[in-house]
Design a protein around this ligand. Sequence first.
Ligand code: SF4
Ligand code: SF4
Ligand code: FES
Length: 244
Amino acid sequence: MIRRTLTIEVFRFNPQTPDIKPYMETYTVKEVPNMTLFVALNTIREEQDPSLMFDFVCRAAICGSCAMLVNGRPRLACKTLTKTLPSHIKLLPLPVFKLIGDLSVDTGTWFRHLNLKTQAWIHTDKTFDPKAIEERMDNETALKIYEAERCIECGCCVAGCATANIRDDFLGAAGLNKIARFMVDPRDKRSDQNFFEVIGTDEGVFGCMGLMACDDNCPQELPLQMQLAFVRRRMAMTGIFGGK
Ligand code: SF4
Ligand code: SF4
Ligand code: FES
């Protein structure tokens, strides 16, 4: 079998050395069977250029660290097989997030802000009793919560979102998915009016243009289109009729 030689063009810039302007650097790597983009980048870093910056932790599409633009599309490097790509690959850091260097961006600060802004925790008056038997929940509700909780905060949906690219206060599909998660949770006592105060603006649900790049780009295949429609419907009702 003839193995391809991959040409990998990588964005290079280190904010610590701003005098060196951003540029694209080209590396070549011999493709091996079932090679992921992460493996290709790691090979480059180990054998050709230890200064190359990119993030990874799990290498199994769980931690969300390795997202980057792969030939213009937000993808997880550890989940992307090079055989699914042409032999010329162009890699850029995710837009929207603060650049740390080369392909590494700070999604953590962005998601922390998101979690604080959406108050992503269960709001209840009950005092937690560690000895009490866990409250039961019907399967259908538990599955809806589980589905929304599968988000790994990789930022692919945000990077591909036109609104998030033009306004830095937009919560994006990841934020609206998070709100949907708490809306369906019977333990959370927030009313729709309370949620409306957080997301019933152009920063939230009404800033969404509905073109669904988020849904196309989510590596976890979360049903973002459905979640956005659900939140939008609930918020439209609340806005018009003044809450439940
Ligand atoms: S549908 Fe809304 S949240 Fe999704 S990418 Fe488009 S504007 Fe962004
Ligand atoms: S919704 Fe999907 S694309 Fe967006 S941050 Fe979560 S896992 Fe990543
Ligand atoms: S390294 Fe964890 S998602 Fe890719």
